[in-house]
Each structure stands twice: as structure tokens, then as C-alpha cells.
Design a protein around this ligand. Structure first.
Ligand code: AMP
Length: 112
């Protein structure tokens, strides 16, 4: 997989406001926040997008959701929205799988 800005964040080659880290995952604040709280949860494994995930990634994908929940609580959120953009047509711009977690304001449905 091609090097992305997120792989540089994992390797600490560029700075990020890191909220959580373990052997498999990293959570850091989005540099262009779309809500009072907006962070990203990424696997350290370089999966470009969700549709590239394999059955062997099942527990890793579940772990990302649990990390999202842990950090949302840490940030004082009770209501929050998770978003995964899969592919350029769905507004994915960084091709390293990431879960957006947004909170601290109301969200409407359906999303744009
Ligand atoms: P997506 O459009 O789903 O691929 O989202 C990529 C997200 O990464 C965007 O919300 C960007 O603001 C965010 N982003 C890009 N570069 C950085 C960075 N260096 N640190 C934190 N967030 C970033």
C-alpha cells in the first residue's frame, strides 16, 4: 500500500494530537474538525479502505469501534456519530482506513 499521511502519523514522522494508542490502533484529532469533537480511529495495519478488509480483519474492525467508544467517553460524549468514507465517490481522501467520530453538536439524518 502507498505511504499516506496516516502512516507517517503512526510512525511519528509528523505530529498529531493523539488521544489513544495501542498495538493495533491509533486515535487522533482531525486537523479539519467538522464538529466540536472530531477524531479519527485508524488501524496500524495499512488497509486502504473498508472494502479492502478481509475476514481475518474481523477482530481488528471490531476493535476500532470499541476504541471509538472508549475515546468518545474520554471526550465526554454520550451522543456521537461514526462515519466511514469508502472510496473517492464517498469523499474518502486519505487511503488508509479510518473511522470518523464526531460529537458535541446535533446531527441531522439523512447525511449529505
Ligand atoms: P476522508 O475524507 O474520510 O478520507 O477523511 C480524511 C480526514 O483526514 C479529513 O477529515 C482530514 O481533515 C483528516 N486529515 C488529513 N490530514 C490530517 C492530519 N495530518 N492530521 C489529522 N487529520 C488529518
Amino acid at each position: 500500500m502507498a505511504e499516506t499521511i496516516f502512516s507517517k502519523i503512526i510512525k511519528k514522522e509528523i505530529p498529531a494530537d493523539i488521544l489513544y494508542e495501542d498495538d493495533e490502533a491509533l486515535a487522533f484529532r482531525d486537523i479539519n474538525a467538522q464538529a466540536p469533537v472530531h477524531f479519527l480511529v485508524i488501524p496500524k495495519k495499512p488497509i486502504p479502505k473498508l472494502s479492502d478488509a478481509e475476514p481475518e480483519d474481523q477482530s481488528l474492525l471490531g476493535h476500532l469501534l470499541l476504541v471509538a467508544n472508549t475515546v468518545a467517553k474520554q471526550e465526554g460524549l454520550t451522543d456521537f456519530r461514526l462515519n466511514v468514507n469508502n472510496g473517492a465517490g464517498a469523499s474518502q481522501t486519505v487511503f488508509h482506513l479510518h473511522v470518523h467520530v464526531l460529537g458535541g453538536r446535533p446531527f441531522s439524518w439523512p447525511p449529505g
